[in-house]
Design a protein. Sequence first.
Length: 77
Amino acid sequence: MNHESSETINEIPQPEPQSDYYITWHKLYQAKYYLDKLVNYVADAEDSNTETDEEIEADLVKIISLLQNLLPKVESQ
C-alpha cells in the first residue's frame, strides 16, 4: 500500500479522491469519528440516565448505519 502521495488527516492516511476506495475510506473515517466521540462521551459519563442512553444510542445507530452501507448488497432471488 503506497500512501506517499496521500494527504493525512490527524495522522491517518487519506486516499486520493479518484481512488476506487475513497468512498469506503470516507465512510470508515466518519464511523471512526462517531466511535471516538462515543468512547470519549462514555468515559466522561458518570451516571446512567435517559439522556445519556439516548446520546449513546444515537451515535451507535450512526456508526452501524455507516458500516452496514459498506457491506455488499445481496440481491434477493
